[in-house]
Design a protein around this ligand. Sequence first.
Ligand code: DOR
Ligand code: ZN
Ligand code: ZN
Length: 353
Amino acid sequence: MTTLRLPGLIDVHVHLREPGATHKEDYDTGTAAALAGGFTCVLDMPNNTPPITNAETLAAKKQLARSHARCDYGIHLGAGDDNVETAYQLAPQVTGLKMYLDQTFGPLRLDDLDSLQKHMERWPADRPVLCHAEGRTVAACILVAHLTGKHVHICHVSRKDEIELIRKAKEKGINVTCEVTPHHFFLTDEIANTIGFGRSEVRPRLAKDADRQALRSSLEVIDCFATDHAPHTLLEKESPKPPPGFPGLETALPLYLELVREGLISIEQLIDRAVNNPRRLFHLPDQPETWIEVDVDQDWIVRGEEMQTRAKWTPFEGWTLRGRVERVLVRGAEVYRSGEVLAQPGSGHDVRS
Ligand code: DOR
Ligand code: ZN
Ligand code: ZN
Protein backbone atom coordinates (compact mmCIF):
# COMPACT_ATOMS: atom_id res chain seq x y z
CA MET A 1 0.00 0.00 0.00
CA THR A 2 1.34 3.41 -0.99
CA THR A 3 -0.53 6.34 0.47
CA LEU A 4 -0.03 9.63 -1.34
CA ARG A 5 -0.97 12.92 0.22
CA LEU A 6 -2.28 15.32 -2.44
CA PRO A 7 -3.97 18.72 -2.31
CA GLY A 8 -7.78 18.66 -2.37
CA LEU A 9 -8.92 18.40 -5.99
CA ILE A 10 -10.91 21.21 -7.65
CA ASP A 11 -13.55 20.46 -10.28
CA VAL A 12 -14.48 23.53 -12.34
CA HIS A 13 -17.48 21.83 -14.01
CA VAL A 14 -20.25 19.98 -12.14
CA HIS A 15 -24.06 19.94 -12.23
CA LEU A 16 -25.45 19.49 -8.71
CA ARG A 17 -29.07 20.03 -9.87
CA GLU A 18 -30.31 22.21 -7.04
CA PRO A 19 -32.72 23.90 -7.48
CA GLY A 20 -35.12 22.17 -9.82
CA ALA A 21 -34.00 18.56 -10.22
CA THR A 22 -33.13 17.29 -6.77
CA HIS A 23 -34.44 13.83 -7.64
CA LYS A 24 -31.19 13.53 -9.69
CA GLU A 25 -28.82 15.18 -7.16
CA ASP A 26 -28.68 18.04 -4.66
CA TYR A 27 -25.97 19.93 -2.79
CA ASP A 28 -25.99 17.37 0.01
CA THR A 29 -25.49 14.26 -2.16
CA GLY A 30 -23.46 16.00 -4.89
CA THR A 31 -20.88 17.41 -2.46
CA ALA A 32 -20.78 14.06 -0.60
CA ALA A 33 -19.86 12.51 -3.97
CA ALA A 34 -17.24 15.23 -4.42
CA LEU A 35 -15.56 14.47 -1.07
CA ALA A 36 -15.68 10.71 -1.73
CA GLY A 37 -13.88 11.40 -5.01
CA GLY A 38 -11.22 13.60 -3.38
CA PHE A 39 -12.66 16.96 -4.47
CA THR A 40 -12.73 19.70 -1.84
CA CYS A 41 -14.05 22.44 -4.13
CA VAL A 42 -16.53 22.25 -7.03
CA LEU A 43 -17.83 24.91 -9.42
CA ASP A 44 -21.50 24.39 -10.21
CA MET A 45 -23.18 25.05 -13.57
CA PRO A 46 -26.24 27.30 -14.05
CA ASN A 47 -28.52 25.08 -16.22
CA ASN A 48 -30.96 24.63 -13.34
CA THR A 49 -34.72 25.04 -13.28
CA PRO A 50 -34.99 28.01 -13.22
CA PRO A 51 -31.69 28.84 -14.95
CA ILE A 52 -29.29 30.98 -12.88
CA THR A 53 -29.21 34.17 -14.92
CA ASN A 54 -30.09 37.06 -12.57
CA ALA A 55 -29.67 38.35 -9.02
CA GLU A 56 -32.81 36.63 -7.68
CA THR A 57 -32.09 33.13 -9.00
CA LEU A 58 -28.43 33.48 -7.98
CA ALA A 59 -29.34 34.52 -4.42
CA ALA A 60 -31.82 31.64 -4.09
CA LYS A 61 -29.26 29.11 -5.35
CA LYS A 62 -26.59 30.50 -3.03
CA GLN A 63 -28.93 30.09 -0.09
CA LEU A 64 -29.48 26.41 -0.95
CA ALA A 65 -25.76 25.79 -1.35
CA ARG A 66 -24.95 27.60 1.91
CA SER A 67 -27.34 25.36 3.84
CA HIS A 68 -26.50 22.03 2.19
CA ALA A 69 -23.01 21.91 0.67
CA ARG A 70 -20.44 19.71 2.46
CA CYS A 71 -17.42 20.96 0.46
CA ASP A 72 -16.40 24.38 -0.84
CA TYR A 73 -18.16 25.59 -3.95
CA GLY A 74 -18.48 28.34 -6.51
CA ILE A 75 -21.36 29.11 -8.83
CA HIS A 76 -21.16 29.95 -12.54
CA LEU A 77 -23.72 32.39 -13.93
CA GLY A 78 -25.69 31.56 -17.11
CA ALA A 79 -25.67 33.78 -20.22
CA GLY A 80 -28.99 34.20 -22.00
CA ASP A 81 -30.45 36.53 -24.59
CA ASP A 82 -32.38 38.20 -21.75
CA ASN A 83 -29.49 39.16 -19.40
CA VAL A 84 -27.06 40.81 -21.82
CA GLU A 85 -27.42 44.14 -19.98
CA THR A 86 -27.13 42.80 -16.43
CA ALA A 87 -25.00 39.63 -16.21
CA TYR A 88 -21.63 41.41 -15.85
CA GLN A 89 -22.84 43.19 -12.69
CA LEU A 90 -22.97 39.80 -10.94
CA ALA A 91 -19.38 38.87 -11.88
CA PRO A 92 -17.95 39.44 -8.35
CA GLN A 93 -20.38 36.89 -6.88
CA VAL A 94 -19.70 34.06 -9.34
CA THR A 95 -16.80 32.03 -10.73
CA GLY A 96 -17.50 32.53 -14.43
CA LEU A 97 -20.09 33.22 -17.12
CA LYS A 98 -21.34 30.03 -18.80
CA MET A 99 -22.60 30.11 -22.38
CA TYR A 100 -24.48 27.17 -23.86
CA LEU A 101 -23.91 27.58 -27.59
CA ASP A 102 -24.80 24.06 -28.77
CA GLN A 103 -27.57 21.61 -27.97
CA THR A 104 -27.39 19.95 -24.56
CA PHE A 105 -29.50 19.37 -21.41
CA GLY A 106 -31.97 22.06 -20.30
CA PRO A 107 -33.42 25.21 -21.87
CA LEU A 108 -30.53 27.63 -21.11
CA ARG A 109 -29.13 28.56 -24.55
CA LEU A 110 -27.40 31.44 -26.28
CA ASP A 111 -28.10 31.18 -29.99
CA ASP A 112 -27.68 34.75 -31.04
CA LEU A 113 -24.26 35.96 -32.28
CA ASP A 114 -25.11 39.51 -31.23
CA SER A 115 -25.82 38.38 -27.63
CA LEU A 116 -22.60 36.36 -27.61
CA GLN A 117 -20.62 39.47 -28.61
CA LYS A 118 -22.38 41.75 -26.13
CA HIS A 119 -21.88 39.34 -23.22
CA MET A 120 -18.19 39.02 -24.08
CA GLU A 121 -17.76 42.80 -24.43
CA ARG A 122 -19.20 43.47 -20.99
CA TRP A 123 -17.76 40.61 -18.93
CA PRO A 124 -14.63 41.54 -16.90
CA ALA A 125 -11.44 40.70 -18.81
CA ASP A 126 -9.80 38.87 -15.90
CA ARG A 127 -12.73 36.47 -15.32
CA PRO A 128 -13.39 33.44 -17.53
CA VAL A 129 -16.25 33.02 -19.96
CA LEU A 130 -16.94 29.28 -20.17
CA CYS A 131 -18.35 27.91 -23.41
CA HIS A 132 -20.26 24.76 -24.14
CA ALA A 133 -19.22 24.81 -27.79
CA GLU A 134 -18.66 22.01 -30.26
CA GLY A 135 -16.97 21.90 -33.66
CA ARG A 136 -17.21 25.20 -35.55
CA THR A 137 -18.75 26.95 -32.55
CA VAL A 138 -15.38 26.57 -30.75
CA ALA A 139 -13.85 28.74 -33.48
CA ALA A 140 -16.60 31.36 -33.08
CA CYS A 141 -16.04 31.61 -29.30
CA ILE A 142 -12.29 31.93 -29.64
CA LEU A 143 -12.61 34.65 -32.27
CA VAL A 144 -15.15 36.73 -30.33
CA ALA A 145 -13.14 36.39 -27.11
CA HIS A 146 -9.99 37.48 -28.92
CA LEU A 147 -11.71 40.46 -30.57
CA THR A 148 -13.12 41.60 -27.23
CA GLY A 149 -9.93 40.88 -25.24
CA LYS A 150 -11.52 38.28 -22.95
CA HIS A 151 -10.47 34.94 -21.42
CA VAL A 152 -12.48 32.11 -22.95
CA HIS A 153 -12.48 28.63 -21.39
CA ILE A 154 -13.68 25.84 -23.70
CA CYS A 155 -15.51 23.18 -21.69
CA HIS A 156 -15.19 19.42 -22.26
CA VAL A 157 -13.13 19.38 -25.47
CA SER A 158 -13.84 16.03 -27.10
CA ARG A 159 -12.49 16.03 -30.65
CA LYS A 160 -9.20 16.09 -32.54
CA ASP A 161 -10.15 19.09 -34.71
CA GLU A 162 -11.14 21.08 -31.60
CA ILE A 163 -7.98 20.43 -29.60
CA GLU A 164 -5.84 21.20 -32.67
CA LEU A 165 -7.63 24.53 -33.12
CA ILE A 166 -7.11 25.40 -29.45
CA ARG A 167 -3.42 24.52 -29.73
CA LYS A 168 -3.04 26.88 -32.70
CA ALA A 169 -4.95 29.68 -30.94
CA LYS A 170 -2.66 29.33 -27.89
CA GLU A 171 0.40 29.43 -30.14
CA LYS A 172 -0.87 32.78 -31.46
CA GLY A 173 -1.10 34.10 -27.89
CA ILE A 174 -4.90 34.09 -27.70
CA ASN A 175 -6.28 33.91 -24.13
CA VAL A 176 -8.02 30.55 -24.43
CA THR A 177 -7.93 27.69 -21.91
CA CYS A 178 -9.71 24.35 -21.95
CA GLU A 179 -10.72 21.29 -19.99
CA VAL A 180 -11.18 17.59 -20.83
CA THR A 181 -13.36 15.06 -18.98
CA PRO A 182 -12.38 11.57 -17.82
CA HIS A 183 -15.06 10.08 -20.08
CA HIS A 184 -13.60 11.68 -23.21
CA PHE A 185 -10.14 10.39 -22.22
CA PHE A 186 -11.35 6.84 -21.58
CA LEU A 187 -14.54 6.09 -23.57
CA THR A 188 -15.50 6.16 -27.26
CA ASP A 189 -18.84 5.86 -29.03
CA GLU A 190 -18.31 2.07 -29.07
CA ILE A 191 -19.36 1.91 -25.41
CA ALA A 192 -23.01 2.15 -26.51
CA ASN A 193 -22.68 -1.50 -27.61
CA THR A 194 -21.90 -2.48 -24.02
CA ILE A 195 -23.90 -0.14 -21.79
CA GLY A 196 -26.69 0.71 -24.24
CA PHE A 197 -27.71 3.87 -26.08
CA GLY A 198 -29.42 5.71 -23.21
CA ARG A 199 -26.61 5.31 -20.68
CA SER A 200 -24.01 6.35 -23.28
CA GLU A 201 -25.78 9.61 -24.15
CA VAL A 202 -23.67 12.65 -23.22
CA ARG A 203 -22.85 16.08 -24.71
CA PRO A 204 -20.42 16.44 -26.31
CA ARG A 205 -21.02 12.90 -27.60
CA LEU A 206 -18.42 10.22 -27.02
CA ALA A 207 -16.19 10.39 -30.06
CA LYS A 208 -13.95 8.09 -32.13
CA ASP A 209 -10.74 6.45 -30.95
CA ALA A 210 -8.73 8.92 -33.08
CA ASP A 211 -10.29 11.78 -31.10
CA ARG A 212 -9.55 10.09 -27.79
CA GLN A 213 -5.94 9.51 -28.88
CA ALA A 214 -5.62 13.15 -30.00
CA LEU A 215 -6.69 14.35 -26.52
CA ARG A 216 -4.19 11.97 -24.91
CA SER A 217 -1.37 13.25 -27.07
CA SER A 218 -2.27 16.93 -26.41
CA LEU A 219 -2.00 17.02 -22.63
CA GLU A 220 0.24 20.09 -22.78
CA VAL A 221 -2.68 21.99 -24.40
CA ILE A 222 -5.17 20.91 -21.70
CA ASP A 223 -5.31 23.31 -18.74
CA CYS A 224 -7.86 21.57 -16.52
CA PHE A 225 -9.35 18.15 -15.93
CA ALA A 226 -13.09 18.48 -15.18
CA THR A 227 -15.68 15.77 -14.65
CA ASP A 228 -18.81 17.48 -16.07
CA HIS A 229 -20.55 15.43 -13.33
CA ALA A 230 -24.09 15.42 -14.81
CA PRO A 231 -26.29 12.99 -12.88
CA HIS A 232 -29.61 11.70 -14.23
CA THR A 233 -31.58 8.76 -12.84
CA LEU A 234 -31.32 5.34 -14.46
CA LEU A 235 -35.03 5.48 -15.22
CA GLU A 236 -34.42 8.68 -17.20
CA LYS A 237 -31.33 7.26 -18.92
CA GLU A 238 -33.26 4.17 -20.02
CA SER A 239 -36.32 6.09 -21.22
CA PRO A 240 -37.10 6.64 -24.93
CA LYS A 241 -35.59 10.17 -24.72
CA PRO A 242 -32.56 9.77 -22.45
CA PRO A 243 -31.06 13.04 -21.15
CA PRO A 244 -27.31 13.42 -21.81
CA GLY A 245 -24.80 13.23 -18.98
CA PHE A 246 -22.76 10.99 -16.67
CA PRO A 247 -22.02 11.14 -12.96
CA GLY A 248 -18.23 11.43 -12.69
CA LEU A 249 -16.98 12.73 -9.35
CA GLU A 250 -16.37 9.34 -7.74
CA THR A 251 -14.45 7.74 -10.61
CA ALA A 252 -12.33 10.69 -11.79
CA LEU A 253 -9.18 10.49 -9.67
CA PRO A 254 -8.28 6.84 -10.42
CA LEU A 255 -8.79 7.59 -14.13
CA TYR A 256 -6.53 10.66 -13.89
CA LEU A 257 -3.97 8.46 -12.09
CA GLU A 258 -4.22 5.97 -14.96
CA LEU A 259 -2.94 8.72 -17.29
CA VAL A 260 0.07 8.99 -14.96
CA ARG A 261 0.61 5.21 -14.98
CA GLU A 262 0.40 5.22 -18.78
CA GLY A 263 3.28 7.72 -18.77
CA LEU A 264 1.28 10.53 -20.42
CA ILE A 265 1.77 12.98 -17.52
CA SER A 266 3.63 13.17 -14.22
CA ILE A 267 1.84 13.38 -10.88
CA GLU A 268 2.89 17.07 -10.70
CA GLN A 269 1.28 17.70 -14.10
CA LEU A 270 -1.86 15.96 -12.87
CA ILE A 271 -1.97 18.28 -9.82
CA ASP A 272 -1.52 21.28 -12.14
CA ARG A 273 -4.63 20.23 -14.10
CA ALA A 274 -6.75 19.14 -11.15
CA VAL A 275 -5.78 21.80 -8.59
CA ASN A 276 -3.31 24.56 -9.50
CA ASN A 277 -4.66 25.64 -12.90
CA PRO A 278 -8.31 25.56 -11.76
CA ARG A 279 -7.36 27.73 -8.76
CA ARG A 280 -5.36 30.21 -10.84
CA LEU A 281 -7.70 30.47 -13.85
CA PHE A 282 -10.87 30.80 -11.76
CA HIS A 283 -9.28 32.98 -9.04
CA LEU A 284 -10.14 30.60 -6.20
CA PRO A 285 -8.89 31.15 -2.65
CA ASP A 286 -6.38 28.80 -1.03
CA GLN A 287 -7.83 26.09 1.18
CA PRO A 288 -5.54 25.95 4.21
CA GLU A 289 -4.92 22.60 5.94
CA THR A 290 -6.82 20.84 3.18
CA TRP A 291 -5.56 17.62 1.63
CA ILE A 292 -6.52 14.11 0.55
CA GLU A 293 -4.88 10.76 1.23
CA VAL A 294 -5.02 8.28 -1.63
CA ASP A 295 -3.99 4.62 -1.64
CA VAL A 296 -2.61 4.63 -5.17
CA ASP A 297 -2.13 0.84 -5.29
CA GLN A 298 -5.62 -0.18 -4.25
CA ASP A 299 -7.78 -1.84 -6.91
CA TRP A 300 -11.54 -1.57 -6.53
CA ILE A 301 -14.52 -2.54 -8.62
CA VAL A 302 -16.83 0.31 -9.61
CA ARG A 303 -20.39 -0.20 -8.36
CA GLY A 304 -22.88 2.59 -8.98
CA GLU A 305 -25.14 1.48 -6.16
CA GLU A 306 -22.32 2.01 -3.63
CA MET A 307 -21.78 5.62 -4.63
CA GLN A 308 -22.71 8.82 -2.81
CA THR A 309 -24.30 10.39 -5.89
CA ARG A 310 -28.09 10.14 -5.93
CA ALA A 311 -27.86 8.84 -9.52
CA LYS A 312 -26.40 5.49 -8.27
CA TRP A 313 -25.05 4.49 -11.66
CA THR A 314 -21.91 5.14 -13.70
CA PRO A 315 -20.74 4.46 -17.27
CA PHE A 316 -17.71 2.73 -15.67
CA GLU A 317 -19.84 0.09 -13.88
CA GLY A 318 -17.82 -3.09 -13.29
CA TRP A 319 -14.46 -1.53 -14.25
CA THR A 320 -11.53 -2.26 -11.97
CA LEU A 321 -9.94 1.08 -11.12
CA ARG A 322 -6.67 1.61 -9.24
CA GLY A 323 -6.39 4.31 -6.57
CA ARG A 324 -8.81 4.91 -3.74
CA VAL A 325 -9.42 8.01 -1.66
CA GLU A 326 -8.92 7.01 2.00
CA ARG A 327 -9.20 10.29 3.83
CA VAL A 328 -10.09 13.94 3.12
CA LEU A 329 -9.38 16.93 5.35
CA VAL A 330 -10.83 20.43 4.84
CA ARG A 331 -9.48 23.27 7.02
CA GLY A 332 -8.00 20.72 9.40
CA ALA A 333 -11.24 18.76 9.90
CA GLU A 334 -11.60 15.16 8.75
CA VAL A 335 -14.53 15.25 6.32
CA TYR A 336 -14.26 11.80 4.71
CA ARG A 337 -12.77 8.53 5.87
CA SER A 338 -12.90 5.02 4.28
CA GLY A 339 -16.26 5.31 2.57
CA GLU A 340 -17.89 7.51 5.17
CA VAL A 341 -18.69 11.20 4.61
CA LEU A 342 -18.19 13.04 7.91
CA ALA A 343 -18.75 16.64 6.78
CA GLN A 344 -22.12 18.10 7.69
CA PRO A 345 -24.40 19.73 5.11
CA GLY A 346 -23.77 23.48 5.31
CA SER A 347 -20.08 23.17 6.25
CA GLY A 348 -18.85 24.10 2.75
CA HIS A 349 -17.75 27.67 1.99
CA ASP A 350 -18.74 29.82 -1.00
CA VAL A 351 -15.45 30.74 -2.72
CA ARG A 352 -16.94 34.18 -3.45
CA SER A 353 -18.30 34.93 0.01
O1 DOR B 1 -24.01 15.63 -21.15
C1 DOR B 1 -24.23 16.73 -20.67
N1 DOR B 1 -25.06 16.88 -19.62
N2 DOR B 1 -23.65 17.80 -21.22
C2 DOR B 1 -23.97 19.06 -20.83
O2 DOR B 1 -23.45 20.00 -21.40
C3 DOR B 1 -25.04 19.28 -19.82
C4 DOR B 1 -25.14 18.13 -18.94
C5 DOR B 1 -26.35 18.14 -18.03
O3 DOR B 1 -26.62 19.18 -17.43
O4 DOR B 1 -26.99 17.10 -17.90
ZN1 ZN C 1 -21.60 21.32 -21.54
ZN1 ZN D 1 -21.73 20.38 -18.14
